[in-house]
Design a protein around this ligand. Structure first.
Ligand code: FAD
Length: 464
């Protein structure tokens, strides 16, 4: 296992070095994080301008401390959830929300909004942060808490995507775990029935007598949807293993009940990147047998996709075969549960991609977060879909965003929101109307007055 710990002294020294490196970057030069991994789905094209200054943030990829008594951890901002959980699970503790992909980092999930199957119970990752140490765009290092002089930055950090500053360390709450998770997969024949079940779970905390410590679901088509409800368990009459030949998302259709260790549960989607390992052939038994286990991971597949995007390999193969160009439709959107069935109907008729991941969520606290205004108390369903769709004849090409624009319009009509980790096509006015431009501009002025970091629109829509 990798060494996931660091000391306070090493951390303080790394903060001082980073601050100096940032101050030394020539004004007007773009600044970027030099990170080993990313889960963003915006692949930058070369801008033609000066190359960016890369900030070495490798020193912030460690856990500083885990306190089993207060059930808190202090964690470097670039620490992956895989390393974070390796540090907390030996204490029978885990972060309140653990995004499913191993290399998502705590800082990335807080600034870019994470979600997982505990989100109906525990909200989003930023809601269990109690303190953040942030290198701001104007070069200060500040400590932001919900109640101090930087409370506005604390509340505006989620959904700012590193455009106000970078979190160097975060203190988070942890919750106790049991050794196993007992999963039950409930089938539904209509989206309406599935959304009603989610509302019922949100109200009662269980479904058909099974405690809902975890809830997510998979829609394979209009008449085939499943909700997976997980309860912590001290015992496991049997244990499944989806890191080998078996594939988790396929088991949901087949089995009604399952047991996983807590660690295998947390990473159940990572081995096959939900179902997105399919185009690489990894789900074919012959290929799977020879594909090394250590490479059955979401970060490996993402690197393969990045290569494909860079060299347009699959685009060229399609063109040679005279197949229509395809548009990447990789998005997560949040829709109020009452309109969830409408969204699925639209998606199946107008986009036609499956499966779709469904993950219910509700803010944990009473207050909303200015840059991603979900309503406290309201139940939403996150729909995640990641793939490509053939474009209708006569369209110019994938860059037009034909399907992505349809989705943006529909999400707005249904009172929902769209995550910004992937491509977006909003006009600037509309974008800042949806993502609280007024609050954002005030924060940008206060913490990055000279605009050393990109603005939110430039970064998330123009993809600079
Ligand atoms: C197929 C797919 C499925 C996904 N599924 C899920 C899911 O199930 N659950 C979920 O929670 N998320 C999911 N995501 C989204 C993912 O959580 C976000 O993309 C998240 O922002 C990625 O974080 P990262 O740590 O990999 O950061 P990066 O990809 O490295 O960076 C993301 C952005 O955050 C900024 N950033 C990174 N670290 C920091 C920091 N410490 N301080 C300030 N800014 C920082 C970067 O500048 C960048 O703009 C999914 C994405 C994809 C492509």
């Amino acid at each position: 296992m990798r060494d996931v710990r660091t000391t306070n002294g090493e951390h303080e020294a790394a903060v001082a070095r980073l601050r100096e490196a940032y101050a030394a970057a020539p004004p007007g030069t773009p600044v970027r994080l030099a990170k080993r991994t990313s889960n963003l789905f915006r692949f930058r094209e070369a801008s033609g301008g000066p190359g960016p200054v890369l900030l070495d943030v490798s020193a912030f990829g460690h856990v500083l401390s885990v306190d089993p008594v207060t059930r808190t951890a202090r964690v470097g901002g670039m620490t992956t959830y895989e390393d974070l959980c390796d540090a907390t699970l030996p204490h029978q503790l885990m972060p309140l929300v653990v995004p499913q992909l191993k290399t998502i980092t705590l800082g990335g999930a807080v600034t870019g909004l994470g979600i997982e199957s505990t989100s109906l119970r525990s909200g989003m990752p930023h809601e269990s942060v109690t303190e953040m140490e942030i290198l701001t765009g104007d070069g200060r290092v500040v400590r932001a808490t919900p109640g101090n002089e930087h409370a506005d930055l604390f509340r505006g950090f989620p959904n700012s995507y590193g455009t106000l500053g970078y979190s160097l360390s975060l203190t988070i709450e942890l919750e106790p775990v049991r050794p196993y998770v007992h999963l039950r997969h409930f089938p539904f024949e209509t989206a309406e029935a599935c959304m009603e079940a989610i509302s019922q779970i949100a109200a009662e905390g269980s479904y058909q007598g099974h405690r809902a410590d975890f809830v997510d679901g998979t829609a394979f088509g209009p008449g085939e949807l499943y909700l997976t409800v997980g309860a912590f368990s001290d015992v496991a009459p049997w244990r499944s293993d989806y890191t080998g030949q078996q594939i988790y998302y396929q088991s949901v259709r087949r089995d009604r009940e399952d047991f996983l260790t807590i660690r295998d549960y947390l990473w159940r989607w990572d081995t096959d990147w939900f179902w997105c390992s399919r185009p690489f052939g990894v789900q074919k038994p012959m290929v799977r047998r020879f594909w090394p286990r250590r490479y059955r991971r979401s970060d490996v597949y993402r690197k393969l996709v990045a290569l494909d995007r860079t060299y347009n390999l699959s685009g060229r193969v399609d063109a040679r075969r005279h197949l229509p160009a395809r548009e990447a439709v990789i998005q997560d959107v949040e829709i109020p549960v009452e309109r969830g069935a409408d969204f699925l109907r639209f998606f199946q008729e107008d986009v036609g991609m499956s499966p779709v991941w469904m993950c219910p969520l509700r803010l944990r606290g009473e207050r909303s977060w200015p840059l991603y205004p979900l309503q406290p108390g309201e139940v939403y369903v996150n729909f995640g879909f990641w793939g490509t769709v053939p474009l209708p004849a006569g369209l110019n090409g994938p860059a037009d965003g034909y399907y992505n624009r349809l989705i943006e319009d529909q999400v707005a009509k249904l009172g929902g929101h769209k995550s910004l980790y992937s491509e977006s096509f909003y006009a600037e006015d509309e974008f800042y109307e949806r993502y609280n431009g007024e609050a954002y501009r005030a924060l940008k002025h206060a913490y990055d007055g000279e605009g050393r970091l990109l603005g939110l629109y430039e970064k998330c829509v123009r993809g600079r």
